[in-house]
Design a protein around this ligand. Structure first.
Ligand code: URA
Length: 193
């Protein structure tokens, strides 16, 4: 088996990457954060404004939601690893383009090989379609355990898409509780009405 590249080495390689034009507009690379030996790898779409400014994934409103969802699964940010499909912010938060995904995903592939998680939680359509190599949308896939090679893949709605959509938020919360059960974690107490 090919050698696993340390995350810090990969991060330095990503800092040097000029494979697509997104590097020209970024403030910071958003490589990923968390445990190099995480059981759970969380994969979002691309950095937004706050992430670009701080160099960390999911630090804005969607990140606040993600932190609360992780707690429902009995997880903390420190024990999981959080990354995105794209490491640089697309201008104006537009959707990632096919050529950008192609240019950037070798980094995500190597991060996955190095971390070697048991579960990959894909947030929203872009990361789900990339990890599962599927055209099926997140609406039909969320909360259903899938397999990609040796990895268990658990697709869920994107936490940003759920902020103003109570139905999606309820589904996300249910799915993260299911994730906690799949991990064998203690159930988080139900919220009081
Ligand atoms: N949305 C994402 O997909 N990733 C981030 O890091 C922040 C918001």
């Amino acid at each position: 088996m090919a050698e696993r590249i340390p995350l810090e080495t990969l991060r330095l390689q990503a800092e040097e990457c000029r494979a697509c034009p997104l590097c020209e507009g970024r403030t910071n690379l958003v490589f990923g954060t968390g445990s190099e030996t995480a059981r759970v790898l969380i994969v979002g779409e691309a950095p937004g404004k706050n992430e670009d400014l701080q160099g960390e994934p999911f630090v804005g409103a969607a990140g606040k939601n993600l932190n609360a969802l992780l707690a429902l699964a009995g997880l903390t940010r420190e024990e999981v690893y959080i990354a995105n499909v794209l490491k640089c912010r697309p201008p104006g938060n537009r959707d990632p383009q096919a050529d950008e995904i192609q240019a950037c995903t070798p980094f995500l592939r190597e991060q996955t090989r190095t971390i070697n998680p048991e579960f990959i939680v894909t947030l929203g359509n872009f990361s789900t379609k990339f990890i599962l190599k599927t055209d099926r949308g997140i609406t039909g896939l969320h909360g259903q355990l899938q397999q990609a090679g040796k990895f268990k893949v658990f697709p869920v709605y994107h936490p940003a898409a759920a902020i103003y959509d109570r139905t999606k938020q309820a589904a996300l919360e249910e799915d993260f509780r299911t994730l906690g059960r799949l991990l064998g974690n203690d159930p988080a107490p139900a919220e009081e009405a």
